[in-house]
Ligand binder design. Structure first.
Ligand code: EPU
Length: 333
């Protein structure tokens, strides 16, 4: 079934909770529905944007085209001796999927508990937390070509995964719509508890104790989407050359850092922002979340302009203080 609405508020469809509207909004339940939607005049004659849970979007003004959203919510399971392969509909809420794997005793997704958003977007964005990224469990990504309506299945390698990125955000941006993601899950879980103080919070590791620990750490640091609008981390952690890192480390010996690919070094954007004095600062209704400086929140009826202004001031000040460019993880629409 396809459901189309006209002139509705986007407030319920994105986690920043901005007061913005869309001209059209369409939801579909099956791949066949998606195919007929893609050849409809509504799509041919309007700009369109496919969203997931809307947890990584900043609508800068009303949307004049059509917003599309998947309601494919199927689960299909196959297995071999060691692994369960779960093909999950793009419209499944990410944390419902994680909860389902934990309840069934299948390992791999537990560190990614409580991340907002939906399964389809996880394969585009390569969501990550507590030492695990979606790419570590993605086996295949099922898509439909926007141009031809034909199915194309991408292997994990073909997705070109990197830190918060994939081929779907870069070379093939806008060309394919994810319909299902197949995850490879361990029948005998292997726990990854080395990130921060996770081990200490977990105690005796079981899938459920790891999930509960991750949820409790996230709740301490990140705002509840239902209570305060935000898009999680607003910026991506910057990756710098070794020489740049060494310069900064001399000035700021306590600065956190992590090894990145090609001998480069990943810095903590939260730390840079925090130490540049942004803790709790605000512009209009937008604010830096005091418990995690990487998160900008809609504290009090923020307008898109408040958030844009706050983000741009932060970016400029981090560049002036450290000579490091931080780029938004959030997509400006
Ligand atoms: N820190 C500060 N000030 C703060 C917050 C953190 O100095 O206000 C320091 C911490 O002391 C720590 C470092 O910054 O040394 C890193 O902080 P944290 O562990 O919270 O991780 P992060 O790098 O800021 C990333 C992800 C989060 C994910 C966490 C946990 C990105 C852009 N963000 O944040 O993902 O939950 O790690 O794994 O990579 C998201 O993408 O929306 C998101 C929430």
């Amino acid at each position: 079934m396809i459901r189309i609405e006209e002139n509705i508020s986007l407030k319920p469809y994105h986690t920043f909770g901005m007061n913005v509207n869309t001209r059209y909004f369409a939801e579909y339940e099956t791949v066949e529905d998606l195919r007929s939607l893609l050849i409809s005049p509504l799509i041919k004659n309007n700009n369109n944007l496919h969203i997931g849970g809307g947890s990584n979007l900043l609508f800068t003004k009303d949307y004049t085209g059509i917003i599309i959203h998947s309601c494919i919510k199927t689960y299909t399971k196959t297995e071999d001796l060691d692994f369960v392969y779960l093909k999950v509909g793009a419209g499944v809420v990410w944390d419902d999927f994680v909860a389902y794997t934990v309840q069934n005793g299948w390992g791999g997704a537990e560190n990614l508990s409580y991340i907002p958003g939906e399964v389809g977007a996880s394969a585009v964005q390569n969501v990550g937390a507590y030492g695990v990224e979606a790419k570590d469990l993605i086996e295949r990504v099922y898509t439909i070509s926007v141009e031809t309506g034909e199915e194309r299945i991408f292997t994990n390698e073909e997705c070109n995964y990197g830190y918060r990125t994939s081929i779907f955000k870069k070379e093939l941006r806008g060309q394919y719509i994810v319909t299902h993601v197949e995850f490879k899950l361990h029948k005998n879980p292997i726990f990854k508890l080395t990130y921060g103080n996770l081990q200490a919070v977990v105690g005796e590791p079981t899938l459920m104790s790891v999930r509960n620990a991750v949820i409790s750490v996230r709740k301490q640091k990140l705002p509840e989407p239902s209570e305060k609008g935000s898009a999680g981390s607003f910026f991506i952690n910057p990756v710098v050359e070794t020489e740049k890192y060494q310069d900064l480390k001399k000035q700021y010996p306590e600065m956190p850092s992590y090894p990145a690919s090609d001998g480069k070094v990943k810095l903590s954007a939260a730390w840079l922002i925090d130490k540049a004095g942004w803790h709790g600062k605000r512009v209009g209704g937008a604010a830096v979340y005091p418990k995690q400086c990487l998160v900008l929140v809609n504290d009090n009826n923020a307008t898109p302009q408040d958030v844009i202004e706050l983000a741009s001031q932060i970016k400029n000040s981090v560049y002036e203080k450290y000579g490091v460019i931080i780029t938004p993880e959030v997509n400006y629409i």
